[in-house]
Design a protein around this ligand. Structure first.
Ligand code: AHR
Length: 512
C-alpha cells in the first residue's frame, strides 16, 4: 500500500474554476461530424439530421465550449462552402485528412447543433490558405446584425439574428510542417496580428486565440510563442497549447506520468507570455487556451483508420480515421491531465479535449447503430459536473515511483474545488500505482466535513485488466462504481484508492 497525505485550506485558492476548461472539439475529420453528431436518416436523428442519442451523451459529458471546424482541416477550408442551400454546396478534396468533404454540414448547422447541445462555439478560421480578408468576412457574416451584404446573406440563409460567436482561433497549429500553409513564427505572428485587427474592426467584443506550439516537443517550442506574441500581444487574448500522449511499448510508467509534461508545458508558456509582457511593457495578461489535448495512439499502429492507410485507400467521404479505443489506463491518464488543467485554472482559461465523437473521442457511434461512452468519458463528465466554485491550492506529500521519462513521480495525483454556494468540496484523484492501492489522508483546514455525498471509482473491472475497453457489445464494462470506505469527519478525509484507478469524492462541508 502506498501513502499520500494532502493538505488543503479554505483560504488558499487558485481562482474560480473557468467553466471553459471543460471544452471539446468537433472537426470535419473522419466520422466526427458525419455519422457522429450528424446522420440524416439515422433512427435517432431529428429533422436536422442531428443524432439525439449522441446529443444526449454530449449533454451528459457536460462539454461547455466546442471548437469547430478544425484542426488541420480548417487550414484548407473555405467557410463559404458550408453555407447556403445544401444542393449548391461544393464537394471538395480535404488534403489534411485525404477525405472528400461534401459540405452538407457547415456553419449554420453547427450553430443549430450547438444550441441544442447548450454549448458555446469556438470558431477557428483558416490562416493556412487564406488570410485577413476571409477572417474579417466570416466575423461579419456571423456577428454583424444586418444591413450589409454578408450579414444579409446570413439572414437569407436562414438566420436573421447574428450568431454572436465570441471565441475565435486564429488558425490551427501553424508551427507544424504538416499544416497546409505552415508558416514561420514571424510570418504567422504578423498574419495573426493583422487578421485579429481586421476581425476586431468588425466586432470589438470577440476574444482571440493565437496559435502556440503543437506540442512541448516541437523544435520551435518557446521561441515560437515568444516571436508570435511579440508581434500580436496587444491584439490577442490567449495563446494555444496542444498535447497528445500515448503509451509506448514497455513504458507504462512514463505514460501514467504524462501530466508532468502538461504541467511543464503550461508553466513554460506562462513564463514565455509573461516575459513578452515585461519586455514589451504591456499591461494586460495573456491567458492560455489548451485547445487540443488527449490520449492519442499516434505511433506504432497500422490499422486501416491510421492517416497513412486512409490516404492509401483513396478519396472517400467520412472514412474511419483514428478511432482509438480507450482502456482503463487511458482513463486514469485523462484524469491526471484534467487535474493538471484545473490546477492551472488561474491561467488556463479554455481547454478542449480532442475530439468529441469517434475521432480520438469519449463518445463512439456507429452508422445506423448505437452510441456509447468510452472509458475516458467518465473522469471528464464527473469533473465537468462537480468542479465548480474555487480551485483549492493543495500541498501533496505522496509516495513516488520511478519512470524513464520523468524520474520520480507522485503515485497519487489530485485536484480539488470548493463550491461555497452549495457547501461542497470535490476531490479528483488518480492512483498511478499499477500494483498497489493508495491510502489517502486529506487535512481539510478551515472546513468541517459533514458527510461524504459521493465517492466513485473507475478501476480495472472484475475479470478484466488495465487494457479493458468499452465496446458496442459491452458498453459499460468500465465505468464509475461506488468507492467503498471513504470517511470524512471534522477536518479529515480518509479513503483507499484501488491500484490504477481514478476516483472522485464529494463532501458536504461547513466553514469552521
Ligand atoms: O485532433 C486531431 C488533429 O491533431 C487536429 O486536426 C490537429 O490540429 C492536431 O494535430
Amino acid at each position: 500500500m502506498s501513502r499520500a497525505r494532502i493538505t488543503l485550506d479554505r483560504d488558499f485558492t487558485i481562482g474560480e474554476v473557468p467553466r471553459r476548461l471543460f471544452g471539446s472539439f468537433v472537426e470535419h475529420m473522419g466520422r466526427c461530424v458525419y455519422t457522429g453528431i450528424y446522420e440524416p436518416g439515422h433512427p435517432e436523428a431529428d429533422e436536422n439530421g442531428f443524432r439525439q442519442d449522441v446529443l444526449k451523451l454530449v449533454k451528459e459529458l457536460g462539454a461547455t465550449v466546442i471548437r469547430y471546424p478544425g484542426g488541420n482541416f480548417v487550414s484548407g477550408y473555405n467557410w463559404e462552402d458550408g453555407v447556403g442551400p445544401r444542393e449548391g454546396r461544393p464537394r471538395r478534396l480535404d488534403g489534411a485528412w485525404h477525405t472528400l468533404e461534401t459540405n452538407a454540414f457547415g456553419l449554420h448547422e453547427f450553430v443549430d447543433w450547438s444550441r441544442q447541445a447548450g454549448t458555446e462555439i469556438m470558431e477557428a478560421i483558416n490562416l493556412g490558405t487564406r488570410g485577413v480578408d476571409a477572417a474579417r468576412e466570416i466575423v461579419e457574416y456571423a456577428n454583424h446584425p444586418g444591413g450589409t451584404y454578408l450579414s444579409d446573406l446570413r439572414a437569407k440563409n436562414g438566420h436573421k439574428d447574428p450568431f454572436n460567436i465570441k471565441l475565435w482561433c486564429l488558425g490551427n497549429e501553424m508551427d507544424g510542417p504538416w499544416q497546409i500553409g505552415h508558416k514561420t513564427a514571424d510570418e504567422y505572428g504578423r498574419l495573426a496580428q493583422e487578421a485579429a485587427k481586421a476581425m476586431r474592426f468588425v466586432d470589438p467584443d470577440i476574444e482571440l486565440v493565437a496559435c502556440g506550439s503543437s506540442s512541448s516537443g516541437m523544435p520551435t517550442f518557446g521561441a515560437w510563442e515568444q516571436t508570435v506574441l511579440t508581434h500580436a500581444y496587444e491584439e490577442v487574448d490567449y495563446v494555444s497549447l496542444h498535447a497528445y500522449y500515448q503509451e509506448h511499448e514497455g513504458d507504462v510508467g512514463s505514460f501514467l506520468a504524462s501530466a508532468v509534461d502538461t504541467d511543464y508545458f503550461i508553466e513554460s508558456v506562462i513564463a514565455t507570455a509573461d516575459a513578452v509582457r515585461a519586455k514589451g511593457k504591456h499591461k494586460k495578461t495573456i491567458n492560455l487556451s489548451f485547445d487540443e489535448w488527449n490520449v492519442w495512439y499516434q505511433r506504432g499502429l497500422d490499422t486501416e483508420d491510421q492517416p497513412h492507410q486512409v490516404a492509401k485507400a483513396g478519396w472517400r467521404e467520412h472514412p474511419r480515421v483514428i478511432e482509438d479505443k480507450y482502456n482503463v489506463t487511458d482513463a486514469v491518464v485523462v484524469g491526471t491531465l484534467l487535474n493538471s488543467l484545473l490546477r492551472h485554472g488561474d491561467r488556463v482559461k479554455i481547454a478542449n479535449q480532442a475530439q468529441l465523437v469517434n475521432v480520438i473521442a469519449p463518445i463512439l457511434s456507429e452508422e445506423n447503430g448505437p452510441a456509447w461512452r468510452q472509458t475516458i468519458f467518465h473522469p471528464f463528465a464527473r469533473m465537468a459536473e462537480l468542479a465548480k466554485g474555487q480551485i483549492l491550492r493543495l500541498s501533496v506529500d505522496s509516495d513516488k515511483y520511478e519512470n524513464a521519462r520523468f524520474g520520480g513521480t507522485d503515485l497519487v495525483d489530485v485536484s480539488a474545488t470548493w463550491n461555497e454556494e452549495t457547501g461542497r468540496v470535490a476531490l479528483f484523484f488518480a492512483n498511478r500505482g499499477l500494483e498497489e492501492a493508495a491510502d489517502i489522508e486529506v487535512a481539510l483546514r478551515g472546513f468541517d466535513a459533514r458527510q461524504v455525498l459521493r465517492a466513485e471509482v473507475l478501476e480495472i473491472p472484475e475479470g478484466g485488466d488495465r487494457f479493458t475497453v468499452n465496446t458496442q457489445g459491452s458498453p459499460d464494462q468500465v465505468g464509475l462504481r461506488p468507492l467503498a470506505g471513504a470517511k470524512a469527519s471534522g477536518s479529515e478525509l480518509r479513503a483507499t484508492l484501488p491500484a490504477l484507478s481514478w476516483a472522485v469524492i464529494e463532501l458536504e462541508v461547513i466553514k469552521n
